[in-house]
Design a binder for this molecule. Structure first.
Ligand SMILES: NC(=O)c1ccc[n+]([C@@H]2O[C@H](COP(=O)([O-])OP(=O)(O)OC[C@H]3O[C@@H](n4cnc5c(N)ncnc54)[C@H](OP(=O)(O)O)[C@@H]3O)[C@@H](O)[C@H]2O)c1
Length: 192
């Protein structure tokens, strides 16, 4: 299913993104891993290359999901190096845990900037390539705390409620030439 597919993973240098990168590499996908810290990206690249999985194309891209111009340029570089993408996985994100009143306002702004706009930026930058290809899949990694109010995770709610409940359905309508399906799969908190 993933053999030969070109997969972009934002947040591919750590946590869920890193685990997905290792799993998809083992299944023969070509990978473009995106994050800000080059050293962490390089260490995942080396881990995958030394894991003995079958040869795949894997490239790392230092880029901030909050910066739309940078995202557009990175998307273009990815299309030129690994080819038109088949799958976009938005895993870059910040988790903020605390009482609502103890979370500084700039933390909410960072969470929205990264988790919401970072996801939106990548969807917007990659859709033209999916349209060119005639198909594509988008996976938005989402905390269950974003779907329901959860004690200690008020920062998460802002993000995922917006993306999944409001934005994604309208995206389906905006892109009439592509079929976009939504699916929800729950996960709890975990150390990755
Ligand atoms: N861990 C869990 O149990 C769990 C459960 C459900 C949902 N989630 C969700 O999954 C997402 C990832 O969680 P995680 O546990 O994998 O976190 P993590 O280990 O901290 O990894 C976050 C990744 O996102 C990247 N990133 C953060 N800000 C970025 C930015 N502005 N631009 C580009 N890359 C950025 C980080 O790399 P750089 O810092 O180098 O940029 C890193 O690769 C979160 O949004 C979280 O809500 C996590």
């Amino acid at each position: 299913m993933f053999e030969g597919k070109n997969v972009i993973i934002t947040g591919g240098s750590s946590g869920l993104g890193e685990e997905l990168a290792c799993t998809l590499a083992a299944k023969g996908a070509n990978l473009a891993l995106v994050a800000r810290n080059q050293d962490k990206l390089r260490s995942v690249l080396e881990k995958i290359r030394s894991s003995g999985t079958r040869p795949i194309r894997i490239e790392i891209f230092q880029s901030d999901v909050c910066d739309f111009d940078a995202v557009e340029k990175t998307g273009k570089r990815i299309a030129e190096t690994i080819g038109l993408p088949d799958i976009l996985i938005n895993s870059a994100g910040i988790i903020s845990e605390n009482y609502f009143e103890k979370i500084p306002i700039d933390t909410f702004q960072k969470v929205m900037g990264t988790n919401f706009f970072g996801t939106l930026n990548w969807i917007k930058a990659i859709l033209p390539y999916f349209q060119k290809k005639g198909e594509g899949r988008i996976v938005n990694i989402c905390s269950m705390a974003g779907l329901m109010g959860t004690f200690g995770y008020s920062g998460e709610v802002t993000r995922f409620f917006e993306i999944l409940n409001r934005y994604f359905p309208s995206l389906t309508r905006w892109t009439s030439d592509l079929i976009i399906r939504q699916c929800y799969k729950g996960s709890g908190m975990g150390s990755t």
